[in-house]
Design a protein around this ligand. Structure first.
Ligand code: MLT
Length: 326
């Protein structure tokens, strides 16, 4: 089976695919027409991507292409609707990087409370300001509002519970099992925004959640509260966020994802929001720990192997009718 890998992928995963009998081509740093050419030239049946966007041009490149695997959990970088129309299946690797994202979320929450980035900046400029940086409120007893109680939300909740935080969540699906396990309480989103000292977002991206947090929602937050987005750019209206922070409607924010986010082949970053004081930014690295990437690679290999040996699509987000396999 011909497999094209279009993004950075663990060596262990590449070796396992070759051992399983796949002819693996690696072409990273391509986009649009160049990626379409690579799909055509490699005659790949399976395309493995991470940050690289897969649009109509790539989907139309070759009739051999039958499966796209996102080496991650979200599939918003792939035009799933067009893939479905063409009979191309899209599979993902849910849950494999949840702990990594949760760890970054907790790290950013502490960084915001203690203003670690500003402190580091000052020290690098030779400024000592113990008085200014001695005003952290601490996490114990503070309320963490988790928007989206899926796998990542759960891992965040478990860790925050260890910090003795008060936990609330909002989700379209009630999780009485987790409420019992973690002592977490389900509330409506507006109530969560009003009550929480930290609001962390863990919902999927896409049209349903675009600007879920905009001016109206930010206005509900406490002036001492912080917002964290390690989920997807676009869930937060960043212009509204900058305005809200500027007028003191909330204390700050940490973002790992952006409305204007570079693709895998780009190095220039154009989103202005991390330049706003009290906004801390990371480079969409929530999922990027060695452990998480190895787990994702193993899952990708499992998906390719199942497809190759039995024609089954594991974790398929657009399964052929009557063929749902987990
Ligand atoms: C995911 O969807 O799991 C992450 O965004 C993966 C990534 O960082 O590429």
């Amino acid at each position: 089976m011909n497999v094209l890998i279009a993004d950075k992928f663990e060596e262990e995963g590449i070796a396992a695919l070759r051992e399983a009998g796949c002819a693996v081509t690696i072409r990273t740093g391509l986009k649009d027409a160049a990626l379409a050419d690579a799909v055509r030239e490699s005659e790949c049946e399976v395309l493995i991507v991470r940050s690289t966007k897969v649009g109509k041009e790539v989907l139309a490149a070759s009739s051999a292409l039958s499966l796209i695997i996102r080496a991650g959990s979200g599939v918003d970088t792939i035009d799933v609707e067009s893939a479905t129309t063409r009979g191309i299946r899209v599979c993902n690797c849910p849950g494999m990087n949840s702990v990594a994202v949760a760890e970054l979320t907790i790290g950013l929450m502490i960084a915001l409370d203690r203003r670690i980035v500003d402190e580091t900046d000052d020290l690098r400029r030779g400024v000592w300001n113990k008085k200014e940086y001695s005003k952290a409120r601490g996490l114990k007893g503070r309320t963490l509002g988790i928007v989206g109680m899926g796998r990542i939300g759960y891992e965040v909740a478990r860790r925050a519970a260890a910090f003795e935080m008060r936990l609330i969540y909002s989700d379209v699906i009630a999780r009485p099992d987790l409420e019992a396990e973690l002592g977490i309480r389900r509330v409506e989103l507006p109530d969560l925004l009003r009550e929480a000292d930290f609001v962390t977002l863990h919902v999927p991206g896409g049209s349903d959640t675009t600007h879920l947090i905009g001016a109206e929602q930010l206005a509900l937050m406490k002036p001492t509260a912080f917002l964290l987005n390690c989920a997807r750019g676009g869930i937060v209206d960043e212009k509204a966020l900058a305005v809200a922070i500027g007028r003191g409607a909330l204390a700050g924010a940490a973002l790992d994802v952006y409305e204007i986010e570079p693709g895998a082949a780009d190095t220039e970053f154009k989103d202005p929001t991390p330049k706003v004081p009290r906004v801390y930014g990371t480079h969409h690295i929530g999922a990027s720990t060695e452990q998480a990437q190895l787990a994702v690679a193993e899952e990708v290999v499992r998906i390719v192997t199942a497809y190759m040996t039995s024609g089954k699509y594991l974790n398929c987000v657009n399964p052929p009718k009557a063929a749902i396999v987990l």
